[in-house]
Design a protein around this ligand. Sequence first.
Ligand SMILES: Cc1cc2nc3c(=O)[nH]c(=O)nc-3n(C[C@H](O)[C@H](O)[C@H](O)COP(=O)(O)O)c2cc1C
Length: 187
Amino acid sequence: MTDNLFPIDAIIRSRRTSMLVDKDRPVPTELIEELCELATWAPNHKRTWPWRFAAITGPAQLRFGDTIAEAMATFGDEPAKVEKARTKYARTPVVMVFGSAVGDSELRTAENRDATAAAVQNFMLGATSRGLATYWGSCPKGANDPVAQFCGFEPDTTVVCIMYVGWATSTVETPQRPAANITFLEK
Ligand SMILES: Cc1cc2nc3c(=O)[nH]c(=O)nc-3n(C[C@H](O)[C@H](O)[C@H](O)COP(=O)(O)O)c2cc1C
C-alpha cells in the first residue's frame, strides 16, 4: 500500500462498513443535507441527476421496518427473517435510502444506477471524514417498490442502497484488500 499522500487517500481507506455507532446521539438534519449535497457531485451521464434520497429517523424507522417485513413475507421469506426486519432498521439513529430514477432506455437506467452508486460513495466518504459510520445494505428481494413508495420516490425507482448511519464509537478492523488487477495496454 502506498502512503496516504493526499488527505482523501486516508479517508477512502478508513471508510469501513460498520454499525458500531452511538445509538443515542442524533445526526443533525443539516449534516444529512450536507452529505446529500456532496452526493450530488457524482458523475452522471446526460446529467440526469438520477439520485433520490430519503432520511428515516425516529418512529418512522419502525414503520419502515414493517413495510419491508410485509414485502418480505409476501415474497415468501422465512418468518424469522421477516420478524427481524421489523426492528433492524432502528439500530442506528438514521437510515438513508438511495434511489435511482428510471431512464429513457435500458442503458440509461443502468447508467443512472451506476451514477447513484457513485453518489452513495460520495455520501459515505463525506460521512467518514466527519466521524460517522456507514453501512451499505441491499434492499431485500420483493421490497423495492414498497420501499420506493414509502420514501416518496417516483414509481420505477430502483432502491440502490439502504444505509445505516450514526456517529462511530469504534473502528473496524481493516481487511487485507487484494491488489488491484490492472491490464496496461500500451500499443
Ligand atoms: C451494492 C452493495 C450492496 C451491499 N449489500 C450489503 C448487504 O446487504 N449486507 C451487508 O452486510 N453488506 C452489504 N454491503 C457491504 C459489503 O458487505 C462491504 O462493503 C464489504 O464487506 C467490504 O467491507 P468494507 O465496506 O468495510 O470495505 C454491500 C455493498 C455494496 C457495494
